[in-house]
Design a protein around this ligand. Sequence first.
Ligand code: C5P
Length: 229
Amino acid sequence: TTKTQVAIDGPASAGKSTIAKIIAAQMGYIYVDTGAMYRAITLAAMQANLIQVGQTAVDETSISNLLANVQISFAPSEQGQLVFLNQVDVTEDIRQANVNSLVSVIAAIPAVRTELVERQRQLAATSSVIMDGRDIGTTVLPNAQVKIFLVASVAERGQRRFAENQAKGIDTDLTLDEIKESIARRDYLDSRREVSPLKQADDAVLVDTTGLSIDQVVAKITDLIKQKI
Ligand code: C5P
């Protein structure tokens, strides 16, 4: 039997991981959270004092050398998925505001992308997969049978992220406006970088989730998958 590949791309906080986790569980696919990989290398660079909040330029060679010794792995958990950086659980650390503010700088480094894309393809090689990110349909899995570009208004994405942060106790001091600004800034940087920017693949289906429930989005994407497999 052939392996199915589902690519979900889109801007920050559009609900990609929420939807992908549910579909992975329903369809028996593995879920690969590529954003978590960029977040983990960002955290590793912060820990090695190679970047700090406010910095927009970095020593790319040091960061790519660091990456050679950075192991990133995932393990299933009740709340979804745990993320490990060199065997240390960083699931919560990689969602903090300082990582949010730096990850797009690290993700723009060509050598970082080459290495992580290679690791992402390896993860997809063994099993049917649903992978979310910014460049999955355009670069990582160009032959994916199903490609979704998931969007929602900045207002709605900000509100969702604000509610999620309050519920999980992450960055609870941030106002709704600060969260909206951080989301818009990340989209700006991710769309304008040189190497595989955030972009809808020509053969991706645009799904606007503004005003839709999680169940409605899952149903829509499940239908699209079932048409293709
Ligand atoms: O998906 P998430 O919001 O966790 O991604 C965090 C950041 O990682 C993005 O803002 C982007 O800079 C980077 N990223 C990327 N390519 C991917 C996934 C994430 O550049 N495939």
